[in-house]
Write a protein that binds this ligand. Structure first.
Ligand code: ADP
Length: 585
């Protein structure tokens, strides 16, 4: 297509061709719309190859926006496929250099067995999109019209490719956006689900809290104790229904009022001061768990309460709750118990006296003997005096001796009776420093006749320099007499061996005074400690109180009384008493 053709008709024809080609080139974008860069390039190459009857046309698109570079080549049908696109690319680079912007407008070179004119054109204003290379074996290539068509085609392609790139970029952005939206939607759905769960959990927790609050409320409402809470100013915030029963106040009446209204006047100041001190220093002026205090009812009546406090800090404010139990009934019962304990003690003393009387009853033989002897002497002396008077034998010295005898024996008899009266008299305990050996001997004398009658051989092993004991003489006499009389009774049935009673006194390892009363009697055929049980007796006329009373008397002196079997026969009863300063002479 020579635009320089001389013949005007040819020229016109050529121009018409050119215009047709241009129209075809300008129509290309309509085919490309919406197409991919590779499709645009392919249709462009096909169109150019056909229109300009090129031998080859090659396109390389640079890499953009993540899209791989594209290299495409088309050959004229006569040429067959001489080489692969990348091989053509390498050849062209060899001829034209690496930088398409420095490429010449036209160059000739040999490809295969042909001389080829090469026209490189940049795609995009600076060739930033890529390059298109047209090649033809014709020597007049490119004619002016062909260059025009090539450059228009390159421009069109640039615009088309630019659009395609924008579109693909848009698509990429849109799909990225879609992806982000999808991802965000998923995230939101997850978050939503979590939120839903959290709301459900919170609701659950709220339900739990409500139900636990309800439980606590029911406990507090139905509690038997008054539950009263106060704030840091000492004002009552909460009071449960038991408050009405215990204090006589309707809970509504006392809310907002000072807690001190539930206390007797004399305690109010104490409480206020203590409470202030606690708030300032954190030091408690009383025990917070189960302390016994005095409270005051609405009608002014005071009564005993047991109070436990709890402290709670909520929103930076302290809340104090007291659990107040009315213990007036318990106190009354305790007082009654104390009174009956006292009563029991008085009763025990009475029992001890009865027991002493009983012992006296058992000692009638001894007593009769003790009193009878001086009385007989008195009678004898009196009779002697009467005889002397009847015989008018008024020897003053003889009469005086007889009368002196009467006085001495009368005094002896009266001393015996005084001793017995003292023993059975009802008197409170009177503790004095005593020589235990003295008491032992007194009792052996008192029981002397019984011991003699019962054919008991008595052995005394009394340590002479024993310390004193602080004791009530009559009570110790009673303990010893009990043990001696029990021994006599245990020995009564012994027939084929000596009836022995050994009484010992000494200091033991604990520096206490120890007394042992041992016999060779029947001993025990039962659990020994039972003999100390009140009313335990194996005797037909026994009361079973002797040992029980003796044990409590010894214990009331700070000592102990116990029994052990004697060897080979009999029983040993031992008791201790704390020693005091001073030694019996
Ligand atoms: P009672 O003498 O009235 O029975 P006691 O309390 O003095 O009351 O004694 C209780 C019991 O202990 C006696 O009945 C007897 O069985 C036993 N008992 C006391 N002393 C001896 C002893 N020396 N030997 C053996 N048994 C004894």
């Amino acid at each position: 297509m020579d635009v320089h053709a001389r013949d005007p008709a040819d020229r016109i024809k050529q121009l018409q061709h050119c215009i047709n080609d241009l129209i075809s080139v300008l129509a290309l974008p309509a085919m490309w719309s919406g197409g991919e860069p590779s499709r645009i390039v392919q249709t462009l190459l096909d169109a150019l190859l056909r229109m300009l009857q090129l031998d080859l046309v090659y396109v390389r698109l640079k890499e953009t926006g993540g899209q791989t570079p594209i290299e495409i080549v088309r050959f004229a049908q006569s040429q067959q496929d001489i080489a692969q696109p990348h091989e053509i690319g390498e050849i062209l680079e060899g001829w034209l250099g690496a930088n398409p912007q420095e490429w010449p407008l036209l160059m000739r070179n040999t490809l295969g067995d042909r001389d080829i004119s090469i026209v490189p054109l940049g795609l995009g204003l600076q060739g930033e999109i890529g390059v298109i290379v047209a090649g033809s074996g014709r020597s007049d290539f490119p004619q002016q019209t062909e260059r025009l068509i090539l450059s228009v085609a390159a421009n069109q392609a640039s615009i088309g490719l630019q659009e395609a790139r924008l579109r693909s970029e848009q698509k990429r952005v849109a799909s990225e956006l879609d992806q982000r939206v999808a991802q965000r939607t998923t995230e939101l759905a997850v978050a939503n689900e979590e939120l839903r769960k959290e709301i459900a959990n919170r609701k659950h927790a709220e339900d739990d809290l409500r139900s636990s609050e309800e439980k606590h409320r029911v406990i507090v409402e139905t509690a038997n104790d008054a539950v009263v809470s106060m704030d840091e100013t000492g004002a009552i915030l909460i009071a449960n229904p038991a408050t009405r029963r215990i204090f006589g106040y309707d809970p509504i009446e006392i809310i907002g009022k000072p807690l001190t209204m539930l206390m007797p006047e004399m305690m109010r100041k104490l409480h206020e001061n203590g409470f202030k001190r606690y708030l300032a220093t954190g030091k408690r002026h009383l025990n917070w768990q189960g302390i016994e205090l005095t409270a005051q009812r609405k009608d002014g009546q005071e009564f005993a309460v047991e109070v436990s406090f709890g402290e709670l800090t909520s929103d930076g404010h302290k809340l104090f709750t007291g659990f107040i139990r009315d213990i007036s009934e318990r106190k009354r019962a305790e007082d009654q118990l104390r009174a009956s304990e006292r009563n029991l003690q008085m009763t025990q003393a009475e029992l001890a006296r009865v027991s002493r009387l009983t012992a006296m009853g058992e000692l009638t033989a001894s007593i009769a003997h003790e009193v009878n002897q001086p009385l007989t002497a008195v009678i004898n002396n009196g009779s002697a005096c009467l005889r002397l008077l009847a015989n008018r034998n008024l020897e003053p010295e003889v009469l005086r001796r007889a009368l002196e005898g009467i006085v001495a024996d009368g005094t002896r008899a009266s001393a015996v009776l005084a001793r017995i009266r003292a023993f059975i008299k009802k008197e409170p305990a009177d503790k004095n420093p005593l020589d235990i050996n003295e008491v032992i001997q007194e009792m052996l004398v008192l029981a002397g006749h019984e011991l003699y009658e019962s054919q008991v051989v008595v052995d005394q092993q009394l340590t002479t320099d024993l310390p004193f004991v602080l004791a009530d003489r009559v009570q110790l006499q009673q303990v010893l007499l009990n043990l001696i009389m029990n021994a006599i009774e245990a020995l009564a049935s012994v027939i084929n061996r000596p009836r022995l009673l050994l009484v010992q006194s000494r200091i033991n390892e604990s520096r206490d005074v120890l007394v042992e009363v041992s016999d060779s009697g029947t001993g025990f055929d039962l659990e020994i400690d039972r003999v100390f049980n009140p009313f335990f007796t194996t005797k037909a006329k026994g009361m079973g109180m002797g040992l029980s009373i003796s044990r409590s008397l010894v214990e009331s002196h700070g000592g102990q009384l116990w029994a052990t079997p004697n060897s080979p026969h009999g029983a040993v009863f031992s008791f201790t008493l704390p020693a005091i300063e001073g030694t019996a002479s």
